[in-house]
Design a protein around this ligand. Structure first.
Ligand code: SF4
Length: 659
């Protein structure tokens, strides 16, 4: 029997592999033996016929791919790197990568090629949370654990559909409810998650900042904030207090779409709860004001001192299995490594550690900026930007301007593969080993469950081959993932709050290591948290008479991203279809749309056809489509948050018509 960990979502469930079967690990603290449909069927994704199994190359995207060798492919890429200015090279990584893969790619890109254009698809899902945590509490640090729900009185879930996106955590919420936890769900859709709520608030899309401001204002006006905590540990209280004197409460409430009575219901729960957790995910992060939404939420915890205490805190739920590991390593272009930035002191420390003088002193391009940046070489690893970046027609045109696009992937049917010149076959989950960090700082180990397919390689090996071809033999002489992890552990000593160096690689399969457990205070320079006054600036695309609906996007329970791992013949019968759009019954009536009708959804950027589901479970003038619909981004707008550069996936103006 081999113990490993699920490679799908940020919950990070433990599992056991025995006689070709996967089961949940009962001894594993996070899931206690439970797995969701994705976790149970991980093995299916290894033996699908759509695996990419050989290196392939072509000169032009209109040509067919031809099988190549590793030697030749790597030589061609290395030649291109040598001839290209570092700032014209981009590494587009993924929350699917293991920590060791991230470490090698980051070291090679930032440390030895000299480009800080090393970013990840996690940019499109949690970079708003990263920026907000740093601004408010001083570091990208999740200050509580999932298990805190068992010592909490109230869980507020906002912009998070845990029943479909974090299934096993959702089951834990149900268990905590039996022990007295109250749950409030805030979402423009009455989701599966809302079904377990003690109170459901159908917030209007885009009203989040107003909602959290209303709480903060009420806390201040009714003197229900924790004065002692604020005096000792929090900056900017007076500023917030003064600003809130002048905010238009009625207008804010109107923008939330909630009635006074609904807010008063909420307030009753809130006021009477001692311990409160607010958890969120893409509903807040994926916004043109994603950072501000996060900060408005965190304000409520800072005002009440509900942070760094059992059962309390702002809990960001990450979607991908190792988005957190990527953040820790430094796989974001806005971070150098191990939570260090591009200041002189940090560059000196990292340069000395890696033994290099190539580190450039400015942040690089984000994943959401790379296609627009006139790059000469883009290396994309385990992700599918043409599917997931917003405003797809535009992205398809932009990627064609890049002279060399390299795609490293375990599957051959990505949307991006249509635009790549070189494809390199990577080992998927189950054929490689390494570590990952789940959403609440548990570092775990994925184990190799079967032999690596003959011509496939782990991602770190692929980056290593490139490094060796570029002449960095000494700096990239790793024999296995353990050596890489141990070097990374040494590196975490460069940053005082990262105690990852205390983990033991060999023990991680049996027992996750939770880093940062001794951090009980703020990580800012003055050790105080920062409050911010936020205004809803209404920056999203405006609806109008032609495009009167707001398009929301989100996960469905059994599907994963573009479906390369889940939308497979073996799973199709079991899994929910992806071709649908939910529309409110009143709106549908006015448009003469019935369930199962084929409808066209159109934005300024494109049109897609799909099947209507008429429902009362969504706000009026709001429609919902699954993100795993591969064409979804022909519709979405490409506005970005100005600080996190995360897209506004949950607010595009569209129309819907019967076909
Ligand atoms: Fe895997 Fe997440 Fe499901 Fe757990 S909840 S089995 S980690 S997909």
């Amino acid at each position: 029997m081999i113990k490993s960990v699920c490679g799908y979502c940020g919950v990070g469930c433990g599992l056991e592999y025995d006689e070709s079967k996967l089961i949940g690990d009962v001894a594993y603290p996070i899931n206690e033996g439970k797995l969701c449909s994705k976790g149970i069927s991980e093995l299916v994704s290894i033996d699908t016929s759509t695996r990419l199994l050989r290196p392939q190359m072509r000169d032009n995207i209109s040509d067919e791919y031809k099988v190549s060798s590793w030697d030749e492919s790597i030589r061609v890429i290395a030649d291109k790197v040598k001839k290209t200015k570092p700032k014209k090279i981009g590494f587009y990584l993924s929350g699917q990568l293991l920590t060791e893969d991230y470490y090698i790619a980051n070291k090679l890109g930032k440390g030895f090629i000299g480009t800080n254009n090393v970013d990840t698809n996690s940019r499109t899902c949690m970079s708003s949370a990263v920026v907000a945590y740093k601004k408010s509490i001083g570091a990208d640090f999740v200050p509580l654990r999932m298990e805190d729900i068992f010592s909490s009185d109230l869980l507020i879930l906002t912009g998070a559909n845990t029943a479909e996106a974090h299934v096993v955590f959702h089951n834990q919420i149900k268990k905590a409810k039996k022990q007295g936890l109250k749950v409030i769900v805030i979402d423009p859709r009455y989701t599966e998650t809302a079904k377990i709520a003690d109170l459901y608030l159908p917030i209007k899309a885009g009203g989040d900042i107003d909602f959290f401001n209303l709480i903060s204002k009420r806390l201040i006006d009714e003197a229900l904030y924790d004065k002692e905590f604020v005096d000792l540990h929090v900056n900017n209280f007076e500023l917030l207090q003064n600003k809130f004197k002048r905010v238009p409460v009625t207008k804010m409430l109107k923008r939330t779409g909630l009635t006074k009575e609904q807010f008063e219901w909420f307030w009753m729960f809130y006021k009477n709860s001692k311990n409160i957790i607010t958890a969120w995910t893409m509903g807040l992060n994926q916004s043109v004001q994603g950072v501000d939404k996060n900060l408005a939420l965190i304000n409520t915890h800072l005002l009440t001192g509900r942070i760094f205490k059992p059962g309390n805190g702002p809990l960001s739920l990450t979607g991908q299995p190792n988005a957190m590991g990527g953040r820790e390593v430094g796989g974001l272009s806005t971070v150098l490594a191990v939570h260090l930035g591009f200041d002189v002191k940090s560059i000196n420390k990292v340069s000395k550690f890696w033994g290099t003088n190539k580190i450039y002193n400015k942040p690089g391009l984000t994943a959401t900026q790379m296609l627009e940046a006139d790059l000469d070489l883009l290396i994309i690893c385990h992700t599918d930007p043409i599917y997931h970046l917003p405003n797809r027609h535009k992205m398809e045109k932009l990627i064609q301007k890049i002279p060399m696009v390299v795609e490293i992937n375990a599957y051959e049917n990505s949307e991006t593969s249509k635009f790549a010149h070189i494809r390199l076959p990577a080992a998927p989950w189950g054929e490689k080993e390494g570590t990952q960090t789940n959403l609440d700082r548990s570092i775990t180990k994925q184990e190799k469950l079967s032999r690596t397919s003959i011509d496939c390689k782990a991602d770190w090996q692929i980056f290593q081959l490139l490094a060796l071809e570029l002449g960095f033999e000494k700096e990239f002489s790793y024999k296995n993932t353990k050596e890489i992890f141990q070097e990374y552990q040494e590196m975490t000593k460069l940053n005082d709050h990262m105690d990852i160096h205390l983990a033991n690689y060999d023990e991680l399969s049996d027992k996750p290591f939770v880093w940062g457990e001794n951090i009980k205070g703020f990580l800012t320079k003055d050790k105080k948290a920062n409050l911010y006054f936020l205004e809803n600036k209404l920056l999203s695309e405006k609806t109008n008479l032609i495009y009167p609906f707001v398009l929301l996007t989100g996960r469905t329970r059994d599907q994963w991203h573009s479906g390369t791992k889940t939308n497979l013949p073996k799973t199709l019968l079991k899994y929910k279809a992806l071709e649908f759009v939910e529309i409110n019954s009143e709106d549908a009536k006015l448009l003469n749309i019935k369930s199962d009708d084929i409808v066209a959804v159109t934005s300024l950027r494109g049109t897609i056809t799909t099947v209507a589901i008429v429902t009362d479970n969504i706000n009026r003038k709001t429609i919902f489509m699954p993100i795993s619909n591969r064409d979804i981004n022909y519709l979405t707008n490409d506005l970005l948050d100005s600080e996190s550069f995360e897209p506004d996936y949950n607010y595009s103006a569209v129309k819907i018509t019967k076909v």
